[in-house]
Design a protein around this ligand. Structure first.
Ligand code: PLP
Length: 363
């Protein structure tokens, strides 16, 4: 075995099924048949790795519009995709104007000052209208001012963002839809976009010309009662057993001794911790999957380790160097979100840099 294989085995592993990102894209695209479907790939493609995720989407689907959060993410993305359309949510600072132009990246203008900075450029841009979330975008007053003025902009997209898209019964949805529809009527002929992943499932009224899913591309559920069919798991995280200890009743495990053996116990130490996205809150009633069964995580997270209780008979064959699933088809994002109270967005983007990453493209 060569040195790189040896070292690969020394860290925990992230497996990414790129084929399922593509399948998920196609599911989301089919769910919004009247609109084009973009891909939101901010935060390093939600933690999964921009450099692998983006080409998989671009070369295997019809997607040619991508959204990122920052200009610096956009420049990385531009180095991967020469031709695609790239929009940046964060907007425009004065000293960024030239960089946007040089790299052919489109700012999403969020206030009147940004609009002024870009106005004379005649290069493509988007405008974000705030319809109630009070995050980025033109406020109600600025929206009115803007709609009653003239400009020299080359606006290629107008957008707004939903507050409660994962709750189909929430009245804010229809309220934002009405406000945004009014804006689109005032700006006829400019493509419009309102829906993130969950917004797509609010129905055709919410699709406009372009939908902007993120989390569901990666197999996450933003909070819908049930993950829609056709959205598949994308990632597996596997840790390795470093050591196994036999404990007598009364012996504790780890910092602060918050777990104590009540019976003769067998405990396995795994090579994942904070830097691998195993946050403090993820240790409450968490489980891992090994030897075909669920084993409870015990004690506190150590900086680079967690402990699991493998006392039960089913685990008798488990030994040092064995692989343990900490997230995947048996320990789902949904399960971890539930026991940890972390959002699925936090779990994905918290995956961290240390995993040995393995990408499969099976469609
Ligand atoms: C992050 C983001 C999205 C994607 O949202 P998901 O819930 O991940 O689908 C879409 N639009 C805006 C403005 C965003 O910030």
């Amino acid at each position: 075995m060569n040195i790189s294989d040896v070292l690969k085995k020394s860290s925990a592993q992230l497996d990414v099924e790129l084929g399922n990102i593509i399948n998920n894209y196609n599911t989301l695209s089919s769910a919004s048949p009247g609109a084009s479907c973009a891909a939101v790939v901010k935060a390093n493609a939600y933690g999964l790795g921009l450099e692998k995720v983006v080409p998989a989407i671009y070369y295997n689907t019809r997607c040619n519009v991508f959204f990122v959060a920052s200009l610096s993410e956009a420049i990385t993305l531009r180095s991967i995709l020469v031709d695609a359309t790239i929009y940046v949510f964060d907007g425009l600072f004065q000293d960024q104007v030239d960089t946007y132009l040089t790299h052919n990246i489109r700012p999403i203008l969020n206030d009147l000052n940004q609009i002024k900075m870009w106005n004379s450029r005649r290069q493509p841009c988007a405008i974000h209208f705030d319809t109630g979330i009070n995050r980025l975008g033109l406020s109600k007053n600025d929206t009115e001012k803007f709609l009653n003025s003239t400009n020299d902009l080359n606006i290629t997209l107008i957008l707004s963002h939903l507050i409660n898209s994962e709750d189909p019964d929430h009245k804010s949805n229809i309220d934002q839809l009405n406000k945004f529809t009014k804006i689109t009527r005032a700006l006829k002929n400019i493509p419009a976009s309102l829906s993130n992943s969950a917004g797509i499932y609010l129905g055709a009224n919410y699709h406009f010309d372009l939908v902007r899913p993120g989390i569901m591309l990666y197999g996450g559920n933003p909070g819908l009662p049930k993950r829609p069919s056709g959205i598949h798991d994308v990632i597996t995280l596997s840790a390795r057993i470093l050591q196994i200890r036999n404990l007598n009743p009364g012996m504790s495990v780890g910092y602060k001794a918050i777990w104590t053996a009540r019976q003769p116990s067998r405990v396995a130490l795994l090579n994942v911790g904070y830097a691998d996205g195993i946050f403090k809150t993820s240790d409450r009633n968490a489980q891992v999957f090994v030897a075909g069964a669920l084993a409870p995580v015990i004690g506190k997270v150590s900086m680079d380790m967690i402990a699991v209780d493998i006392t039960e008979r089913v685990f008798d064959g488990v030994g040092v160097t064995d692989i343990v699933e900490i997230l995947g088809s048996h320990i789902t994002l949904e399960m971890i979100a539930k026991v940890s109270t972390l959002e699925q967005y936090e779990i994905l983007t918290g995956i961290g840099f240390r995993y040995n990453k393995n990408y499969n493209l099976r469609i």
